[in-house]
Structures are given as structure tokens and as C-alpha cells.
Design a protein around this ligand. Structure first.
Ligand SMILES: O=C[C@H](O)COP(=O)(O)O
Length: 251
């Protein structure tokens, strides 16, 4: 029997100033005993807020995560952040291979793979994102694209403790559009099957998140889909009310 505990993760992307610490406080205040019993929460703020939120999160059981890291431990890489630096703030996870990184920074599967290894080196959980574009789905290539992203960006050595996979169809991010529940189930089933081939029974304990326009209105039906173990939430994670409402779908 699977030991998967749901995870609702918020990706704040490039949103948030010092004033957002109060919003995090509202998330922490609303993460009550009933929610704590059912679902893990993770908040991934911009790098400028990571240390502050890691301190604010002490004692709340909410994890803090980064949104990207460099593959190297240190060096002359202006503007970059090492996984070790993320861990040093008190953060416990890092989002990697997000489609916005792939599109805006030309990140390849090989680069995402190197970053996953960096995250593990720093004892961070890697939240590895995969997902097809709309053109790829229209061309019936979505399953193959995601299989290929997984094989190219997920190194051997993945475990339920060090890795979370987030399926995020690129065309569903920030658009208000979502795949059908059947399409989400099919994709998550394929990802689980791929993980089983590589990692055996351990794959049954790995968490697979769905991401892309998750809101309070659609959370319950999406989170009830087989092999969906939580959500990676963008826009709706910026407000405590909507973020917590998504988590409450598990109550
Ligand atoms: O990482 C989060 C996703 O890109 C989803 O963003 P969204 O919830 O704003 O569609």
C-alpha cells in the first residue's frame, strides 16, 4: 500500500516583496490541525524571500522551497544560486525544469538533470516539472514528450524522499484552461508506469503533482484523480485564501 501523503506546493514565481511575509503568515495561520493531518504544504517564494520565509515557517510544518538552482556548488556564475545556498536558508526543496525556465532560459533536459543531481547533493527534494505544449498535445505527442522529458531529466537514484514529479501542461499554466480529468489520469498513469520501470516498488511512494490553473473551483475534482498526489499551484498560491482552499479539498 502506498504511503503517499498529499502535497500542495505554491510557486510564487517572480511575485512577492517583503509585504508578502504577512501573506505567508496567513497561510501558516490557516494551516490548522485538520489540514496538517491530511496534507503537506510547501511555499516556493522568489530567492529574495527564501531566508525570511524559512524563519517565518519555523514551527509551522510548512516547507519552503526554491524555484531553480545552478548545477554547481559554487563558482563564478553571476546571478545564480547554488542548491547548497537554498538549503542554507532552511529551505527543503527546489522546483527544477519548470517550463518557464525551459522556455525563457533555454533549459534542456540535460540541464534539468544536472540540477536535480545538485538538489540531491544539497539534500533538497527536487520537484521536477514535465509537460507538453499545446501543439504537442494536438499532435498526439503529449505522452511521448513527457516520457522523453522524464528519461532525460530524472537521474537514477530518485526516491520518494528526494524527488517529486510535477506534470504541468505548458498550455494550462496561467491560462485558466486544464486538461480533461481523463487526460490528467492518463498522463499520471504513464508517469507512474515509467517510474515503476526504473525504480520498482519505490515508484509507488513517489508523489506526482498536477500543475496548471489549479484553483479552489477545480481542486477537488483534479486532486481526486488517480495518481494525482497533490498540486503545484502558481497564481492561486499568492493568496492564503485560495491556496488554503485548494489544500482543503483533501478534508
Ligand atoms: O508552477 C506552477 C505552475 O506553473 C502553475 O501556474 P498557475 O497555477 O498559475 O497556472
Amino acid at each position: 500500500m502506498s504511503k503517499r501523503r498529499p502535497l500542495v506546493a505554491g510557486n510564487w514565481k517572480m511575485h512577492g516583496l517583503k509585504a508578502s511575509v504577512a501573506e505567508f503568515g496567513r497561510i501558516a495561520a490557516g494551516y490548522d490541525a485538520a489540514l496538517k493531518a491530511k496534507v503537506d504544504l510547501l511555499v516556493c517564494p522568489p530567492a529574495t524571500l527564501m531566508s525570511t520565509l524559512a524563519v517565518a515557517a519555523l514551527g509551522t510544518r510548512i516547507g519552503i522551497g526554491g524555484q531553480d538552482c545552478h548545477a554547481k556548488e559554487s563558482g563564478a556564475y553571476t546571478g545564480d544560486i547554488a542548491a547548497e545556498m537554498i538549503a542554507d536558508t532552511g529551505a527543503v526543496a527546489v522546483i527544477l525544469g519548470h517550463s518557464e525556465r525551459r522556455a525563457d532560459h533555454n533549459e534542456t533536459d540535460a540541464m534539468a538533470r544536472a540540477k536535480v543531481l545538485a538538489a540531491w547533493r544539497a539534500s533538497l527534494t527536487a520537484i521536477l516539472c514535465v509537460g507538453e505544449t499545446h501543439a504537442e498535445r494536438d499532435a498526439f505527442r503529449a505522452l511521448d514528450v513527457v516520457r522523453s522529458q522524464l528519461s532525460g531529466s530524472l537521474p537514477d537514484g530518485a526516491t520518494a524522499a528526494n524527488t517529486v514529479i510535477a506534470y504541468e501542461p505548458v498550455w494550462a499554466i496561467g491560462t485558466g484552461r486544464t486538461p480533461t480529468l481523463g487526460d490528467i489520469e492518463e498522463m499520471h498513469g504513464v508517469i507512474r508506469a515509467e517510474l515503476r520501470v526504473r525504480f520498482g516498488d519505490d515508484a509507488d511512494d513517489m508523489r506526482l503533482l498536477y500543475g496548471g490553473s489549479v484553483k479552489p473551483e477545480n481542486a477537488a475534482e483534479i486532486l481526486a484523480v488517480a495518481d494525482v498526489d497533490g498540486a503545484l499551484v502558481g497564481g492561486a498560491s499568492l493568496k492564503a485564501d485560495t491556496f488554503l482552499a485548494i489544500a482543503r479539498a483533501y478534508l
